[in-house]
Write a protein that binds this ligand. Structure first.
Ligand SMILES: Cc1cc2nc3c(=O)[nH]c(=O)nc-3n(C[C@H](O)[C@H](O)[C@H](O)COP(=O)(O)OP(=O)(O)OC[C@H]3O[C@@H](n4cnc5c(N)ncnc54)[C@H](O)[C@@H]3O)c2cc1C
Length: 398
């Protein structure tokens, strides 16, 4: 068993860290003050993404992506997760279900999206359908000439900067015919209902969209009619692992900032790091972070290089998302405490991390839903997927 990073992976991780430090973190104050970025700053950042070769890290080279495997993507996203303001979302990663698009759909949507000329967003959630997507009320009905789409979607992340939407709808209102449609935002009948404000400062918005008699050609079905849940599940699995990566990155920054602060801040005649209450908080932060990160790397490695099947990775991704997001929440809470009053100031990264980390226990399936996935796996197949360890086909080193 060799748990070391290869030189190539370590270099990639270092490159992602440099990108975060040089391109993303310098934009944090502007993002916090404006609640987003000026068009000039966003344009500069987008150019930097292309210059650094970090566009579409999750797609194949032949489609214009970087062709990195899930493990490499985790190494990258972990570094970007250190940035506040969700600036990690600037380097676009077109939704993974687009990989099943036809050649014509790839030319129209995926490839320009990989190049940064188009941008997608993913719309499943509705007013009445959150954790339970079978309650989706958005329908698509074939009228002989076109699909006619009707419904309303909530919390559509990056919906303001996207120019097309992957819409999860039920054909004929039948959950068994859940289907993903490719919907151009400028089509007649597509409308932003409103753009709510959220707890975090996010570089982009999460608008509510209405679809009113939107007419779509037969070429706008992604995959097949009835394949919607499978495609959405692929999106969840990838995103849950990436949330694991970004929350570990956010917690790492919180720990680093807290350690520096605790060494410099003097109260009662000595640096606060020498007060055992603070030292023990830092110790718990470091130990818990190490546990979450070890799990994250193991599952990402299994997904990319360990030969694990789709069902196994689905079950493991839920555990990663649950543990990493909850661990990061605890670590960042302590970081605020260690920073005292300064930790409550918006100009401090730990304050922003504190607000921003909260949603990681909610989106892409709440913590309760992740526990349901894990519980379901335990009931169906036993504990082995969580308690076992992958075994190499051949004797290592022989
Ligand atoms: C900032 C933000 C961005 C988002 N971006 C997107 C996006 O881009 N696209 C998109 O489609 N969605 C997006 N979402 C939606 C997100 O995925 C949902 O909010 C989430 O899945 C939970 O759904 P809900 O809010 O309807 O809560 P509900 O499902 O109503 O849940 C409410 C509470 O009940 C609990 N609960 C529900 N069912 C059970 C159960 N069976 N057992 C135990 N507890 C249960 C939940 O865990 C939660 O605590 C976003 C949300 C936010 C806040």
């Amino acid at each position: 068993m060799d748990i070391r990073l290869t030189a190539e992976d370590a270099a990639l991780k270092a490159r992602a860290r440099a990108f975060c430090d040089e391109v993303l973190i310098p934009l944090e104050d502007e993002c916090e003050e404006l609640g987003g970025l000026s068009p000039e700053s966003l344009e500069r950042a987008k150019r930097a993404v292309l210059e650094h070769g970090f566009n579409a890290i999750n797609h194949a080279v032949e489609d214009g992506g970087q062709g990195y495997d899930v493990f490499q993507q985790v190494l990258i996203e972990e570094e970007w997760g250190r940035a506040t303001g969700a600036l990690w979302d600037i380097p676009w990663r077109p939704s993974i279900p687009l990989a099943v698009a036809t050649e014509a759909q790839k030319d129209e949507y995926l490839r320009p999206a990989c190049r940064g000329e188009r941008r997608d967003c993913y719309a499943i959630t509705e007013a009445g359908a959150g954790s339970d997507p079978t309650m989706v009320e958005t329908t698509a009905v074939w009228d002989g000439d076109a699909w006619v789409l009707n419904g309303t979607k909530w919390h559509v992340t990056s919906g303001d900067v996207a120019d097309f939407i992957l819409v999860h709808a039920h054909v004929d209102g039948d959950p068994a015919k859940a289907t993903i449609f490719l919907v151009d935002k400028d089509l007649p009948g597509v409308r932003v209902v409103r753009t709510p404000k959220y707890m975090h400062t996010f570089v982009f918005e999460h608008p509510i969209f209405a679809f009113e008699d939107v007419r779509l050609g037969p070429d706008k079905v992604l995959g097949e009619v009835g394949q919607g849940y499978e495609l959405t599940k692929d999106w969840f699995v990838e995103e849950r692992i990436m949330i694991g990566a970004r929350t570990v990155g956010a917690a790492t920054r919180a720990l680093e900032l807290s350690l520096d602060f605790a060494k410099g801040r003097v109260q009662f005649g000595k640096p606060i790091v020498e007060h055992q209450a603070i030292e023990f908080m830092l110790a718990d932060m470091a130990a818990e972070l190490m546990a979450a990160k070890s799990m994250l790397y193991r599952v990402a490695w299994q997904a990319a290089r360990g030969g694990a099947g789709r069902k196994e990775i689905h079950a493991l991704a839920s555990a990663v998302k649950l543990v990493c997001s909850e661990t990061a929440g605890r670590i960042i809470d302590r970081a605020v405490q260690i920073h005292g009053g300064r930790g409550y100031m918006r100009e401090q990264p730990v304050e922003r991390l504190y607000r921003e980390i909260r949603v990681d226990r909610i989106w892409e399936g709440t913590s309760e839903i992740q526990r349901m996935v894990i519980g379901n796996e335990l009931r169906k197949r036993g504990a082995a997927v969580y308690t076992g360890w992958p075994v190499a086909a051949e004797r290592v080193g022989s």
